[in-house]
Design a protein around this ligand. Structure first.
Ligand code: COA
Length: 325
């Protein structure tokens, strides 16, 4: 019993921060940001908005499109690396805020691949018959871990949430496959090291900004292209499909140049790849479900079409999902 995507939803905070705004904060230029990343602007959450606050409207929109109500939901998984708290999980906060009283709720931590990991997990629960449906959410408030004095990272990220509601469907449709991967040996390429049991909350840790995101951008860039290409190929090979069968690719939105290179290396037309990084920046685990919701709304893919999702993130983690809508 595969899982069908019965509804999608998204929520972006209202506040827009443009490249021109960032020119006033760090030594950068809008031209550099656009040329090197494709980003024009990003949304930033209010200081009192948590990841679950962003997740709730996205989740409710996905449920509404599916014609479902919170009381129907059996499983909630939130992919996030900027959770409300260390614990309880952000998914528990979402469960409570939407009143999904029957649902089991937990988080999945795989940085920018968090949504694909959550989708893979939820799909297994549905295909094995344990649950009949699942809310799968990516929700992030990266503005809370960004060092706003570091020009190499602060221009890249944004906040937001996206959600899909999965229901048990018929074979030949829905989530056809998921492939997920990890390589912990590269953990220091992209991390937010402070606040856990390694760098504990001390005045020193905070002064050294260890709770902020750090990234070796250039090294990460190269690995991201290679792994996203390989994950996309794994999905196509597993299902015996070729690039010409794919109606739409929804890649993680980290950098326009990464998306261009992945398309090129797969020998696929760039127009098949959905891209909204210009307006939102990198929203980590939220980027794929936000983009999927927008793409479906715009008619870029519809019922019966093959859609390929592909992600890469800190860990390193990466993966893909092939879906027949
Ligand atoms: N404004 C102006 N100059 C900047 C800058 C900014 N915001 N950020 C970096 N620079 C400078 C660097 O200091 C460097 O200067 P130098 O040559 O004098 O030392 C120069 O630009 C080139 O830096 P580099 O890091 O080599 O640039 P890049 O072409 O690799 O682009 C990223 C940087 C971050 C945009 C790119 O590496 C990237 O997108 N990496 C992967 C991001 C990613 O995928 N992250 C998450 C995975 S989910």
């Amino acid at each position: 019993m595969p899982s069908l995507i019965s509804g999608t939803g998204r929520y972006l905070p209202e506040k827009v921060v443009t490249n021109a705004d960032l020119e006033k904060v760090v030594e950068t230029s809008s031209q550099w940001i656009v040329e090197r990343t494709g980003i024009l602007e990003r949304r930033i959450a209010d200081e009192n908005q948590s990841a679950s606050d962003l997740a709730v409207p996205a989740a409710l929109a996905a449920l509404e499109k599916a014609g479902a109500i919170p009381e129907d939901v059996e499983l909630i998984i939130v992919g996030t690396s900027t959770p409300d708290m260390l614990f309880p999980s952000t998914a528990c906060f979402v469960q409570s805020k939407i009143g999904a009283v029957k649902a089991v709720a937990f988080d999945q931590l795989a940085a920018c691949s968090g949504f694909i990991f959550a989708l893979a997990t939820a799909d297994r629960f549905i295909s094995s018959g344990v649950y009949k449906n699942a809310l799968v959410i990516g929700a992030e408030v990266y503005s809370s871990i960004i060092d706003w004095t570091d020009r190499t990272t602060c221009v890249l990220f944004g906040d937001g949430a996206g959600a899909v509601f999965l229901t048990a469907g018929e074979s030949g449709s829905g989530v056809l496959s998921t492939h997920i991967y990890s390589d912990g040996s590269k953990s220091d390429y992209l991390s937010a090291p402070g606040g856990g049991s390694v760098h504990r909350f001390t005045a020193d840790m905070i002064e050294q900004k260890k709770y902020k995101l750090v990234m070796h951008g250039n090294r990460t860039f190269k690995v991201a292209i290679k792994m996203m290409k390989e994950a996309a190929e794994a999905a196509m090979n597993h299902n015996g499909v070729t690039p010409s069968d794919i109606k739409l690719v929804v890649p993680h939105q980290a950098n326009k140049r990464i998306i261009d290179m992945v398309a090129k290396q797969l020998g696929m037309d760039r127009s098949v790849f959905y891209m909204n990084i210009g307006h939102y920046g990198n929203t980590a685990a939220a980027s794929i479900p936000i983009a999927l919701d927008e793409a479906i709304e715009q008619g870029r893919a519809g019922k019966g079409d093959l859609v390929l999702l592909v992600a890469f993130g800190g860990g390193f983690t990466w993966g893909s999902a092939l879906i027949r809508l």
